[in-house]
Ligand binder design. Structure first.
Ligand code: FES
Length: 518
């Protein structure tokens, strides 16, 4: 369906046979079985004639960021029923960043495959994807891109700000800070315990502009979540209202047959990149957007990110790059207000899950706090948050969140101290005998997952041609190349003084990195 199609096409598509009809209206044996088993759960004949809306519930008590999802599901169901659909919740794996070591990134592709297969295997006509913690929303967007049935994203929302002695705290930025202060002997065990209780004080995902908030913003910017979804705090009643509205809207998307590939176009991906750059979003967003794009059969080179970053003003004053957190972002107008400021940098004709364009969605958006969301004319920085660097340290490209580093570190020379993996870093970073000083550049070679499940999608996430191949059945043993990018972290003085590592062999005392294409 082309962008901006009107009522005529919507009516035509409503005549399309729904997948659920082939299950529940079938006359033969399997129709009997489908109806009999489903009615046993209390559904009536009338219910089985409605479009079936799957609600992908990633609730888990082992994923704190999703611990409130069962309640959200009930609000989504309310909206689906109101709009004339039949809601049916189903689980997939739920991957939470705090417990899965070294990172839940190792399981993102598995979650994408789980979600994809459940969306394909079940008699659902549309799906509400409820995610939140870092790698869950990209996994769900990857699945939506592959399966391409009507889909909409609802995120669980950020936590309320942490509070301690009148100070606003954020996860995980302050988790690192308190731990290092304790390690340095600057705070006591008791003070550390008080801080632990104060940082995370509600349901929801991390409330700084980390990966979770970035991916929630991207889901909105790319058109796959309703406007305003990303920033509503998890415990706020308006999150429940958003859940209900999302439930209503997925039924409308099914009726109009609006699908993820109608929405996640090349231009929509560029909008998502621009919003990420203007927000000081996470460098992980680049890894995830490449994977989503490849599920759509498109290459998304690092140069595209760098070019958009170079031309997009950084205007969102949120930690870790700025001062505030998601709670203040919500009160200032959230993603719609930021996108309104960015209109000159966006493709405004992109279709969204509202059934309307970005331009139409932003008609009434406005900023309510200018210290949180700056204007494009008076930005915090003329360029976006992430720069792509190349050099002898990273010939394939390295990412720097330039808005989150001090001016002193933007031009820096120092010896490269290389860790081969997160485990290598854990094992050696506190060794006082390792060769490091305050000018050292710490390099973590984050190889990501190696060795795959054999699923064709393991390949597809790194190979756009495979991704585009219908039902591609090639088996692979390696996961995405996008996961294998080296992540560079420049040491600040305090961390460098306590850290250890070894010199990069073959590089010499000074590595070189320059901004790609600049
Ligand atoms: Fe889930 Fe930070 S731990 S978003």
């Amino acid at each position: 369906m082309a962008q901006g199609d009107g009522e005529h096409e919507a009516e035509a598509s409503s005549a399309r046979k729904l997948k659920s009809e082939s299950y529940f209206q079938e006359k033969e044996l399997w129709g009997f079985i489908h109806r009999s088993f489903t009615k046993s759960m209390g559904y009536t004949e009338e219910d089985l004639r409605k479009p079936v809306i799957g609600i992908c519930n990633t609730f888990s008590e082992l994923n704190k960021c999703h611990s409130h999802f069962n309640e959200l599901v009930e609000y989504v169901k309310r909206g689906v029923w109101q709009a004339g659909g039949l809601p049916m919740a189903f689980p997939t794996i739920s991957i939470g960043e705090p417990y899965i070591k070294p990172t839940s990134m190792l399981l993102r592709n598995l979650m994408a495959m789980d979600t994809e297969e459940m969306m394909k295997a079940q008699p659902i006509d549309g799906v509400v994807l409820i995610g939140g913690c870092d790698k869950t929303v990209p996994a769900q967007l990857m699945a939506a891109a592959s399966v391409n049935i009507p889909a909409i994203v609802l995120t669980g929302g950020p936590m309320l700000n942490g509070r301690l002695n009148g100070r606003s705290l954020g996860a995980c930025t302050d988790c690192y800070g308190f731990t290092l202060e304790h390690k340095a002997g600057n705070i006591t065990d008791e003070e550390l315990a008080i801080a632990e209780n104060a940082v995370c004080r509600s349901d929801g995902h991390c409330m700084v502009m980390g990966t979770a908030s970035t991916m929630a913003s991207i889901a909105e910017a790319i058109g796959m979540a309703l406007p305003g979804n990303a920033a509503i705090p998890a415990p706020d009643s308006r999150r429940r209202h958003m859940a209900e509205r999302t439930g209503k809207q997925i039924v409308e998307l099914v009726r109009r047959d609006i699908r993820p590939r109608d929405i996640m176009t090349a231009e929509a991906l560029e909008n998502a990149i621009a919003v990420t750059m203007a927000s000081g979003g996470s460098t992980n967003a680049i890894i995830h957007l490449i994977a989503i794009s490849q599920r759509l059969g498109r290459k998304l080179p690092l140069e595209t990110f760098d070019a958009i970053s170079a031309s997009t003003p950084f205007i969102l004053n949120l930690r870790p790059s700025g001062k505030y957190q998601m709670e203040e972002y919500f009160e200032a107008g959230g993603v719609p207000a930021l996108m309104k400021e960015l209109e000159a940098h966006l493709h405004l004709d992109c279709l969204t899950v509202t059934g309307r364009t970005i331009r139409e969605n932003l008609a009434s958006a406005r900023t309510l706090n200018r210290d949180v969301i700056r204007t494009a004319a008076e930005p915090l920085d003329a360029q976006g948050g992430i720069a792509v660097l190349r050099g002898n340290l990273a010939p394939d490209g390295a990412l720097v969140k330039q808005t989150a580093v001090t001016a002193r570190l933007k031009k820096h020379r120092g010896q490269a101290v290389v860790f081969e993996s997160p485990a290598d870093m854990e094992a050696r970073i506190d060794d006082p005998d390792l060769d490091v000083d305050e000018n050292s550049v710490l390099v973590l070679k984050n190889a990501g997952p190696k060795g795959g499940t054999g699923h064709a999608r393991d390949r597809a996430d790194s190979d756009p041609e495979e991704a585009a191949r219908p039902g591609g059945a090639r088996h692979g043993t390696d996961l995405g190349r996008e996961n294998q990018r080296h992540v560079l972290r420049r040491a600040d003085r305090s961390r460098g003084a306590r850290s250890g590592g070894r010199r990069q062999s073959g590089v010499g005392a000074h590595g070189r990195l320059d901004r790609a294409g600049h």
